[in-house]
Design a protein around this ligand. Structure first.
Ligand code: AMP
Length: 190
């Protein structure tokens, strides 16, 4: 049976958001993007948004307890019961452990972690391109460099975390959207 509780892991700009949305549509399950939820909270001016804004603008991670709270609420929603694709959460080992605990509490577990990777130069190019298209306030060159550093230091250790769990599938994120989508399909079928 195909995995329906998935996580996409990879550096900023690797294309995981796009691929996560595409696969979610195919599987008929929702994506859960903490980045999108936090941006909505900032736009709404909510308490969570106020706590998150400064960190996001600097390209730093929002504190674990804030993000874990956001993810926990979303994972309890009824539309998530049939499966989900996590995009951008967890980003630290503390968050990964919290995710395990949350899912255990719901009688579920993560089935597959898709880890995407491409070269640093290609990543920065993609992010600057996205900045000009979408006007995201955290897609400036300084913030991009910072987000990359943060990813390598705090999030990359999760590759090992999920490898040791035996649910990691690693793939190259370079290529057209269709090519990468095909690789993802292959990884899920393997
Ligand atoms: P994203 O859209 O996933 O690139 O997230 C944009 C920004 O939101 C990040 O640079 C962080 O500041 C914040 N953020 C999103 N998800 C998380 C998370 N799981 N942990 C901490 N900060 C997060």
């Amino acid at each position: 049976m195909k995995a329906r509780r998935l996580l996409f892991l990879g550096p900023p700009g690797v294309g995981k958001g796009t691929q996560a949305q595409r696969l979610a549509r195919e599987l008929g399950i929702p994506t859960i993007s903490t980045g999108d939820m936090l941006r909505a909270a900032v736009a709404a001016g909510s308490e969570i948004g106020k706590k998150a804004k400064g960190f996001m603008d600097r390209g730093e991670l929002v504190p674990d307890e804030v993000v874990i709270g956001v993810a926990e609420l979303r994972l309890a929603d009824p539309d998530v019961a049939g499966g989900f694709i996590l995009d951008g959460f967890p980003r630290t080992v503390v968050q990964a452990e919290a995710l395990d605990r949350i899912l255990r509490g719901l009688g579920r577990e993560l089935e597959c972690c898709i880890a995407m990777e491409v070269s640093e130069t290609a990543l920065v190019k993609r992010l600057l391109n996205r900045a000009s298209l979408e006007g995201r306030s955290d897609d400036t060159e300084d913030t991009i460099q910072n987000r990359m550093r943060v990813y390598r230091a705090q999030t990359e250790p999760l590759v090992k975390y999920y490898r040791e769990r035996g649910i990691l599938r690693e793939l190259d994120g370079l290529g057209s959207m269709d090519e990468v989508a095909e690789r993802i399909r292959g990884a899920l079928a393997a």
